[in-house]
Ligand binder design. Structure first.
Ligand SMILES: NC(=O)c1ccc[n+]([C@@H]2O[C@H](COP(=O)([O-])OP(=O)(O)OC[C@H]3O[C@@H](n4cnc5c(N)ncnc54)[C@H](OP(=O)(O)O)[C@@H]3O)[C@@H](O)[C@H]2O)c1
Length: 275
């Protein structure tokens, strides 16, 4: 587990990111930022289950800066198992400890496949007060017939401060329904901003997810998309970000160099998505 603090971003980098940060004014809606690092051939890992370092030091620093501005950071269970991430924030924030600056790690894990122990980076970060304890979202349906072994593991993680949260509808075949259940639950739990970091299934699904707004118009729950592009190819066996249908909903797009990488930041135009 890396415990080294990161450098500060340059003034031009923070100015580039500022318009895309969650609003600081209190709001009753959940602001969602989708962010990941991809290769030139739109791969986010060299193969399934293989942790792949794509971001250079400058764009990695940007990711931690973004983490400091969000209440929660969400990944799918495959990412937790493949990468053993800490999901904390090591960006120095004036007046805040690392645990205060860190977002809440949130793992989507319908059938509780994440049998992590106390030595996983995420649990160690929490134990060492440089990150928060995770929330693990499981399916309510699965929890009804949980095995004694799984229940024991849940109790073990909860004993260390994690929360295992049942979500009705998480195992639905309808991804719109499962994302609606996830985001609604997180809002009810008090989150106002969520950074979604991957992996590919989460990103590909969420980009195509729609929900009804107050006028019953179909909108995307994603407010902002921030993508780091690293100057490497990961090849055909890589884990690919490519939704099943075309999307042309990004607007107010800006590009900025971070060391050897380039970062695109944009808003997501909800109203232009197909119904
Ligand atoms: N470069 C980057 O920025 C970056 C960032 C993150 C991850 N990654 C890479 O991405 C790879 C993992 O991606 P992945 O596509 O295999 O997996 P993933 O997206 O991390 O996790 C997918 C799993 O999460 C659960 N899940 C996700 N969305 C759900 C929903 N709406 N409802 C219910 N369950 C949901 C499902 O678990 P069940 O199958 O148990 O139902 C699903 O199989 C790793 O290799 C990792 O290194 C790269």
């Amino acid at each position: 587990m890396n415990t080294q603090p990161l450098d500060q971003l340059s003034d031009s980098s923070t100015a580039f990111l500022r318009p895309y940060l969650p609003p600081s004014a209190p709001s009753d809606r959940l602001f969602v930022t989708l962010t990941y690092a991809a290769s030139l051939d739109s791969r986010i890992a060299v193969g399934h289950g293989q942790r792949t370092y794509l971001s250079g030091p400058e764009s990695k620093c940007m990711t931690h800066y973004l983490r400091a501005h969000h209440d929660g950071i969400l990944v799918g269970v495959n990412t937790l198992l493949a990468d053993n991430p800490s999901l904390n924030c090591r960006y120095p924030v004036a007046g805040k400890s690392y645990v205060e600056a860190s977002p809440r790690p949130i793992i989507i894990d319908p059938t509780f496949r994440c049998k992590i122990g106390a030595s996983s980076n995420m649990m160690m970060a929490a134990a060492n007060k440089i990150g928060k304890e995770p929330w693990i979202l499981v399916s309510s349906q699965w929890l009804q017939s949980v095995s004694p072994t799984d229940l024991g593991h849940i109790q073990f993680l909860e004993g260390m401060g994690a929360r295992v949260i049942p979500i009705t509808g998480l195992q639905s075949d309808d991804r719109n329904a499962s994302w609606a259940a996830i985001l609604e639950s997180l809002k009810r739990l008090g989150l106002r901003s969520l950074m979604v970091e991957g992996g590919a299934q989460v990103i590909n699904d969420l980009l195509l997810t729609t929900a009804n707004d107050v006028n019953r118009t179909k909108i995307s729950p994603v407010d902002v998309v921030i993508v780091t592009i690293a100057p490497v190819y990961l090849g055909k066996n890589g884990v690919e970000v490519s939704p099943t249908t075309a999307i042309d909903s990004l607007y107010d797009i800006t590009w900025e160099r971070f060391g050897r990488d380039i970062v695109m930041a944009s808003f997501n135009n909800k109203s232009r998505l197909d119904p």
